[in-house]
Design a protein around this ligand. Structure first.
Ligand code: ATP
Ligand code: NI
Length: 366
C-alpha cells in the first residue's frame, strides 16, 4: 500500500484526453486587508477545468468558494482584496492581463451566474430590453436581430412563450424563471466557461432540480465547461464530472464524482458526506466550526475538528496532496508515505485497534 505524493508523470486522465485545460488555476491565494489583520480567504489552491467538463467546488460556508471563482476574472475588489498566483485561461494569464483584456473575457468567454437573480436583474427595465442591451454590448447587430436572438435565448433556457414574455418586467417572473433569465444573460457571449456560484441555492427544491437539468442541457448545447460552486453535495452528485473539496481556503480532496462519493479519502469529505440526507448525521452536521480566517491553524486546516487528528496534523502546514488513484488526491497526513490511511477510514484501521494505530502513528512522527 505504498501511496505516493503527486509526481510529475502524467496521470491516466491527462494521457487519455488530448485537450489542453481551458482553465488552469495554480497557487491561487486571495487575501483581504481587514482591521483584525490579513484575512486569507483562498490559500494557494490549484484547480483545472477542461473544455466541456463540469467541475464542482464544494465546501462549507466561508471556505472560500466565492472568492476563489471571483478571483478568476478579478471580480474581487482590490483593495481590500489581493489576488496572487496564476490563472491561465486558454493559455493566457488573467491575473497579469490588463484591464481591457479582462473586460473582453469577462462576460464573454467566461460568464458568471450568481446566487441571487433578484439582485442581478434591473427591476426598472423589461427582461427583453436587458437581454437586447447585453447582446448589443457583445456584437454590433441591428435591434431586430438582437431581439430575435434574445427571444431565442429565452426560449432555450426554458421560458415558455418567450416572445410574449419579452416585454415583461423581472417582477412578473418567478424566482426560477429569473434564474433562467440570468442564465440566458450569461449565454449571450457564447462563453466557453460558465462560472455558476450557488445558482440554485435561493430556489426551492423542485425548481432547483429543473435548473440543474437546464445546466446539463445547455452545457452540451453550447459546448461549454462549467465551474459550479455549491455547499450542497447533493447538487454536486447531480452535475459534476470532477469535484474539488475546499475547506478554509485549502483543497482537502479532489477526484471524480465516483472517487468522492464512493471512495472518499479525507476525513472532511467523509464528514460532509455523512451530512447528506439518509447518511446518519444530517441533523447534527460536522461538530465545531471553520477556523478564524485571520488566524488559521498550522498544519491541516481541518485538524482542529478532525476526530482522527494526531500531533503531526497540527504542524508543517497543509499536507501536500497525495494521489491515491489517478486523478484522485487527498491532503491528509494519514495518506503520507509510511502512514496507515485505514486509520481514518469509516471501518477503522485494518488489523489493529484505533488506539494502537494512533500510538503507532505518533511514534513514527518525524
Ligand atoms: N470583501 C471581503 N472582505 C473581507 N473578507 C472577505 C471578503 N469577501 C469574502 N471575505 C471572507 O473570505 C472568506 C471566504 O468567503 P467566501 O464568500 O468565498 O466563502 P464561500 O465558501 O463562498 O461561502 P458561502 O457558502 O457562504 O457563499 C470568508 O471568511 C469571508 O468572510
Ligand atoms: Ni459563496
Amino acid at each position: 500500500m505504498s501511496e505516493h505524493d503527486r509526481d510529475p508523470t502524467p496521470d491516466a486522465e491527462t494521457e487519455t484526453r488530448n485537450d489542453e485545460p481551458l482553465l488552469e488555476i495554480e497557487g491561487l491565494r486571495t487575501t483581504f486587508g481587514t482591521d483584525s489583520g490579513t484575512l486569507v480567504a483562498v490559500d494557494g489552491i490549484d484547480v483545472t477545468v477542461r473544455a466541456g467538463e463540469t467541475v464542482c467546488l464544494v465546501g462549507e460556508s466561508g471556505s472560500g468558494k466565492t472568492v476563489a471563482v471571483e478571483s478568476i476574472t478579478r471580480l474581487v475588489q482590490s483593495p481590500p482584496g489581493r489576488i496572487e498566483g496564476t490563472v491561465r485561461f486558454k493559455g493566457q494569464d488573467l491575473l497579469s492581463a490588463d484591464e481591457a483584456t479582462i473586460r473582453s473575457i469577462r462576460g464573454h468567454e467566461i460568464a458568471h451566474v450568481f446566487q441571487n437573480p433578484q439582485n442581478a436583474l434591473n427591476h426598472c427595465y423589461t427582461v427583453g430590453w436587458q437581454l437586447v442591451e447585453a447582446i448589443r454590448v457583445h456584437e454590433d447587430v441591428p435591434e431586430a436581430a438582437a431581439r430575435a436572438r434574445a427571444i431565442d435565448l429565452l426560449d432555450r433556457v426554458g421560458i415558455a412563450n418567450a416572445s410574449s414574455r419579452f416585454d415583461d418586467y423581472p417582477h412578473e417572473f418567478s424566482g426560477g424563471q429569473k434564474q433562467r433569465i440570468m442564465i440566458a444573460m450569461a449565454l449571450v457571449g457564447d462563453p466557453d466557461l460558465l462560472v455558476a456560484d450557488e445558482p440554485t441555492t435561493a430556489l426551492d427544491v423542485t425548481v432547483q432540480a429543473q435548473i440543474l437539468d437546464l445546466f446539463e442541457e445547455l452545457k452540451t448545447e453550447f459546448d461549454m465547461a462549467v465551474l459550479f460552486v455549491t455547499h450542497d453535495l447533493g447538487v454536486v452528485a447531480e452535475i459534476a464530472d470532477r469535484i474539488v473539496v475546499l475547506y478554509a481556503g485549502k483543497v482537502m480532496e479532489r477526484g471524480t464524482v465516483l472517487d468522492i462519493f464512493e471512495r472518499p479519502g479525507h476525513p472532511y469529505t467523509r464528514a460532509l458526506l455523512e451530512c447528506l440526507p439518509g447518511r446518519g448525521n444530517e441533523i447534527s452536521g460536522i461538530g465545531g466550526s471553520l477556523p478564524e480566517p485571520t488566524a488559521p491553524p498550522d498544519g491541516c486546516r481541518f485538524a482542529p475538528r478532525c476526530p482522527h487528528a494526531i500531533d503531526a496534523c497540527h504542524r508543517d502546514g497543509q499536507p501536500l496532496e497525495t494521489e491515491i488513484e489517478p486523478g484522485h488526491s487527498v491532503s491528509c497526513v494519514f495518506y503520507r508515505e509510511g502512514r496507515d490511511s485505514s486509520v481514518v477510514s469509516p471501518e477503522g484501521p485494518t488489523g489493529v485497534s484505533s488506539d494502537d494505530a494512533d500510538e503507532e502513528a505518533r511514534s513514527t512522527d518525524d
